[in-house]
Design a protein around this ligand. Structure first.
Ligand code: SAM
Length: 273
């Protein structure tokens, strides 16, 4: 195992004061970072995409776990520290400077399957998650997503029908994937501590139901939850054929979106596809 200086020393030496604008809340606890890296199946010898390595805390854990890491970081101040880390694990860490929202991850990973692990600023995390979970191509090139979210967002991703957290994110995450809350992370684990608690969500692709367009499923859930307090017959009024489809599926149009199972949304989207 590489002999590395403590992360706090790396941060001080490279002047990496946490930038609020870049959503920087760093993790230093190596045991916690190792536990995060252990959430997916063994990473030994596997290709991993990490978004936002910062000074490299999680990156170290991924390398310790035997992964071949490609990391995308927007803050160029972090690059010398990451280069040092790469030097301690020759040929195992590739760092790309850039905005992960603007890059083609599949291309960066050379068309090979990869696991994603990341501790991201919350707004970027949700945008990337929506992108990874979307699209007609399934199974995706990624084999799992292990992502830190604000706890409230994590709960929305794994929520079940009937709960107030259940909505678009839950349907998007669950209709062709398994999503679970892998661990909660106390705000005090971060430097500086954010205002809210965090949690790690782990997602693995499952079989895609046949005859359903992802785009149509997204449109149905968007319309249904866009007015979540209204009855479906009202919220789906703007989608041609949707109210008739409720009828033919035997779904009472007086129900509200949050009472429908994920499978009901799939059936509805299939009718409209
Ligand atoms: N992985 C480190 C850790 O766990 O200590 C840092 C986590 S910090 C919450 C988020 C990191 O994501 C920062 O280093 C920030 O510069 C980077 N970042 C923010 N927006 C980004 C984007 N759009 N693309 C790539 N990196 C981004």
């Amino acid at each position: 195992m590489a002999d590395l200086p403590p992360l706090r020393e790396v941060i001080a030496r490279h002047g990496l004061s946490a930038s609020k604008a870049l959503g920087q809340n760093f993790l230093f606890d190596e045991q916690l970072l190792d536990r995060i890296a252990a959430v997916p199946d063994s990473l030994d010898g596997r290709r991993v995409l990490e978004i936002g390595p910062g000074p490299g805390g999680l990156t170290r854990a991924l390398l310790r776990a035997g992964a071949q890491v490609t990391a995308i970081e927007m803050d160029r101040r972090c690059l010398p520290a990451l280069e040092e880390l790469g030097g301690a694990y020759p040929g195992r860490l590739q760092v790309i400077e850039g905005d992960a929202l603007k890059l083609d991850h599949g291309e960066i990973m050379g068309g090979e399957p990869f696991a994603v692990l990341s501790n991201l600023p919350y707004n970027v995390g949700t945008a990337l998650f929506t992108r990874w979970m979307g699209g007609e191509e399934w199974p995706p090139q990624w084999t799992s997503l292990t992502l830190m979210f604000q706890q409230e967002v994590a709960q929305r991703i794994v929520a079940k029908p009937g709960s107030s957290a259940y909505g678009r994110l839950a349907v998007l995450a669950q209709w062709r994937a398994e999503a679970k809350l892998a661990m909660k992370v106390h705000r005090s684990a971060f430097t500086p501590p954010p205002k809210v608690m965090s949690a790690i969500v782990h997602v693995e692709p499952a079989a895609m139901p046949e005859g359903v367009s992802a785009r149509i499923l997204e449109r149905v859930t968007e319309a249904a939850f866009g007015q979540r307090r209204k009855m479906l017959r009202q919220s789906l009024k703007g989608m041609p054929g949707a109210v008739d489809a409720l009828d033919s599926l035997g779904i009472d149009p007086q129900r509200r979106a949050e009472t429908l199972q994920v499978a009901d949304f799939v059936a509805l989207a299939r009718e409209l596809t």
